[in-house]
Each structure stands twice: as C-alpha cells, then as structure tokens.
Design a protein around this ligand. Sequence first.
Ligand code: TRP
Length: 332
Amino acid sequence: MEEIAKKKVLSCIQPSGMLTLGNYIGALKNWLNMQEEFDCTYAVADLHAITVRQEPAKLRQQIYSTAALLLALGIDPEKSNIFIQSHVPAHSQLSWILSCYTQFGELSRMTQFKEKSAKHTDNVNAGLFSYPVLMASDILLYKPDLVPVGADQKQHLEIARDIATRFNHTYGDVFTIPDAYIPKVGARVMSLQDPTKKMSKSDENINAWVAILDSKDDIIRKFKRAVTDSEARVCIGENKAGINNLIGIYSAVTGKTAEQITAEFEGRGYGDFKLAVGEAVAEELRPIRERYETFIADKKQLEDIYRMGDEKAAYIANKTLSKVMKKVGFVL
Ligand code: TRP
C-alpha cells in the first residue's frame, strides 16, 4: 500500500546558552511530540548566534551542548534529522541570493532587529540586520509545510513567506510557502520572580528561571520561592499572573487541565501547590538531564550523529539551492 507522505516540519534553535523551562515547554517538548506525526528536520542555528558577540570556546561548547540536549529530549536521529546549520554551506549561499530579493525597508521594520540594535548599540552589524534572510534560507531550503515558532519569531516566518512568494511569482514554483505551526500545548512560561515578564536565561535573578539541566534541588527551591498573590486559591484569575503561570507549567508537564488542577488543590495552600509543581517539573526533566550527561560525555557518538544529519540535510538543501541558482541565471 502506498504510504501517505507525512507533512514536513522544520525548526532551528540557537546555541546561545542554557536552555530554560520556557524553551522546553514553549518549543522543544513540541519538537519531540511532532516527530511521530511529521517528517521533522531540526538544526542548531549556530550562524545566527554570531549576530551578537560570542566567546569562541563557549560557543563551541554550546553547539555541542545544544545538539546533545536535542538527543537527550528523545529526538531520534533515525526518525528526525538533526544537524548543524553552519555545516551545510547552502544556508549561507541561499542567504546571499535571497538578500538580493529582500528590501531594506522590510528588514528595517523587524521588531527583533529594532530591539536588538537598541540593546547592542556598539555592535549593530549587517548580520543582525539580515538575520531574517538567513532564517528564511534555513526554512526554504527544506520546503517544509510547517514551521513551529514562538510568538517572537512569527514576524520572521512572515517575511520568509513574503520572500518565497515573491520569488515564486518571478521564477515559478520554486519554494513551498510554509505555515506557522501553533502547538496544542505550550503556554508561554513567565519569570518565577516577575510573572509579567517572559522567563529568560538572561535574567540576573537566578530564581526567576529554571534551566532544563538544573538539579532537582535547584528546581524545587526555585518553585518554592516563586512569586504568587495573597488570595491563596489555586485557580486561573486576573491579577494572579504568578499562579496562572504555575498552573500553565503544571498543566504542560502533567497534561491536567486548569479545572482539574484547581480541584486537586482545593482547600490547600500555595506552599503545597508550589512544591507539587517543582516536583513535577523536576521529575519531567530528570531523564533528560541523565541522558544529556551520557550524550555530552561521548563526543564521538555525538559527532557521528550530527555528521549523518549534516549529510542528509546537505543533500536536500543542495537540490533546492541548484534550482534557485538555475532560475536566477547562474551557470552551474
Ligand atoms: N531565529 C530563531 C530563534 O532565535 C532560530 C531559527 C533560526 C529558526 N532559523 C530558524 C527557527 C528557522 C525556525 C526556523 O528562535
């Protein structure tokens, strides 16, 4: 019997430091969930990382660590393709070509560029500006149907679609126009210390965020200290940003609905609830941390895995790149 082709998914993650519970619930958990239903390609976006200054030794370590973490999550290289962006030169090559089909004006309107250039005033480099073109290349090379992205990357996916649509309009059907994939679960995880702000690894207060690789004790301590309100009832509500956030986290890791959670903690204090959330999160992350330790300890195995991924990715990417080059008029 003929198999119906699975839809294709592509996403990338930057190797820019410790990944947080926010990255896990908002993105990575879904990467894992998608691998059965879809044909998935996942890359470590190391080229994007150098749009802000990186220390070489640290960057190298983080590239390994991000690849190891993807495997530790349970992403299976036999089912999904995992590779490293900079190992597939087609990304940089297509990026140059597409940058000639992208307007200065549209890149100037990107919210992330405006924010990052305001933050790093001493290094407003051309890469920071053309970042969305590289991201469009990451996507378009693999002709995915769906691209899971968080809210902060939606505008970048939009511009990728615009670039692809215009290119197709001029040269015929070259690129697939991908849709955003909005996952079923995956609440936005907020800071544990200021739940009106997104959880971020750059927060100076280490109690504000949980790293995927944090120890059980650290995780529980951070949840115990989480900022809540004075109502003392575990339910979703206005002016209850802290509790809403904890309910969202608990729901994402246990699969329980907000109503079930409210019923479970009826008549019990926030102390009990915070401990339960901390324990549930620690339990969910424990096997990931354990597997991470084995993957990161075996560089040879890690390298074998990403080399295989690089090769598979390059094969697909080069086909698309050749087609683009032919259409544009290069001699191949
Ligand atoms: N810019 C994305 C981020 O910082 C990472 C990324 C790079 C990406 N290329 C991509 C995401 C392609 C989706 C598709 O989160």
